[in-house]
Design a protein around this ligand. Sequence first.
Ligand SMILES: Cc1ncc(COP(=O)(O)O)c(C=O)c1O
Length: 379
Amino acid sequence: MKIPLYRAYTDKGDVRKVSSVLKRGLNWAIGPEVTEFERTVAAYVGRKYAVSFNSGTSALHATMLALRVKEGDEVIVPSFTFIATANAALFVRASPVFADIERVTYGLDPDSAEKSITRRTKVVVPVHIGGIVCRYAGELESLGRERKLLVVEDACEALGATARGRSGGTYGDVSVLSFCANKLISTGEGGMVLTDRKDIYERLKLVGSHGRPDKIPYFNSSASSDYVELGFNWRMSSMTAALGISQMRKLERAIQLRRKVAKMLNSRLSGVTEVDAPVEPPGFRHTYQMYTIRVKGGRKDRDGLNGFLSSRGITSKVYFDPIHRTKFYREMLGRRAPRLPATDWVSSRVLTIPVYPSMTAKEVDYVADSVKTFFDRRN
Ligand SMILES: Cc1ncc(COP(=O)(O)O)c(C=O)c1O
């Protein structure tokens, strides 16, 4: 049996929706689907404004530009996240400052974040890992407010996740989503920024589309446009947005199915004392964008399990090795490397195993049995 780490949740509706734009032969860029997709996501999450991008990374970069984060500024980020979270600060020549995480949902630890604040701090970036809202997202939002910092929520992995009735994507000044291949809804590649602030929304539109105030439909107008600042082309295509619209129709169903699969895995793995299943604190809705187990024995056992699963045709992966331990950041930080004990502890034990909406009970059994077999053989 071959079991991938993730598989897109797709149907004929996706094909129809994308085909309709293709067949139209018009407005493949800046088409009506782009605005419709933005409105759909903003309404679902509960934010006033949304701007789509061609990736979560460009959405993060645009956010830093829109907030005028610049050289000399410091941006507090976790090291236990995808590298783009920290790179976004570097893109605008600011400095990422790594703070530690908590050990339940693996989000930023507000005490560590607070200790990292200096006169230069401009932004703090809470990240939700693998489909669960960071346990202290509310506290981090308050910290930002009290210390007059901007809060950028990296909600790339948290579309549809809620905590005490509040949705991922509604914390802080700006929230960033990704629609890359392993997310709850996917457009292949894609991203979006959500905000309630009109000024930020307008700047996002500018920096993501050549610094051009798009007052006229650019490709359909005989009038000229002006360019008012330096900008990029980070726009999402109309075909991509069409796929996003159709994927959004399936989001709640995808979450239900993922939760069902996760529940099966929880029960199959409950007898394997060598691992901890992911935690869903009371009042939280985990979407299981990732199903990450923790191997109690530490790195050697975890890496052994990863190799064993691979030999049985099952893809598992470490999400995440800490950013500050990558070659690029090690060389950049040199002796300024941070001490992050919880980050090191968590990242040496985690292993993400397959969960996707169409996963069958047979596949779940095979994965769970394989985890069990690894430890049985070793003991
Ligand atoms: C937490 C986090 N931040 C940022 C990104 C970057 O998004 P993208 O891959 O769409 O550029 C991702 C997605 O991979 C992510 O998981």
